[in-house]
Design a protein around this ligand. Sequence first.
Ligand code: HEM
Length: 182
Amino acid sequence: MKGVVFTNFAELVEDNYGLAMWQNILDTANPPSGGIYVATAQYDDQELISLVGAASELLDMPAPVLIRRFGQFLWQYFEENYPQFITSHDNLFDFLISVDSVIHMEVNKLYPNASTPDFEYDRESPKQLLMHYRSPRKLCHLSVGLIEASANYYQTPIRIEHPVCMHEGSDHCEIRVTIADG
Ligand code: HEM
């Protein structure tokens, strides 16, 4: 994964729990890189998994909850650094559909060794979008956090269901986004 994912994860921890906690997490996870991350460099996916594992234990927070919070945090970074991908859409579903065919495609052009997931979409009804998530990194909860934050950005109240999950033995995840009434 790109260093930018790691620098944001460090920032999430430091902002909310302090630098000493981040140091503690690094000491526990003992990542091969030594914990110095450069935004554009590439690091082993396993490093993120072990940092999240250490953080989850030290903060006494289940990993899915922590990763989902991280997704919400990462959204702020995307909004500040890649606004063109967001402001070019005026509604949540058009934006979400563009993530696979436009946004991650551009990310992969820019950084040929980027690690983005695959999404397929079923527009089940005008108010319901089913997103099929596939990635060897199994960061479906990161998607949930990013989707929640993007719904907030588009001022669209939603409900999220996650009826099929790779963490429960499936080969992919299904994330259903429903626009809530009222
Ligand atoms: C709701 C919207 C989005 C969702 C659900 C989403 C989902 C994800 C997920 C789950 C990952 C982790 C990698 C994996 O699972 O394999 C990821 C990586 C990434 N995404 Fe997105 N994303 C969204 C929007 C964006 C936006 C707006 C940008 C801005 C350019 C972006 C750029 C990236 C980048 C740079 C990475 C890291 C690639 C790497 O480490 O090599 N994503 N995305």
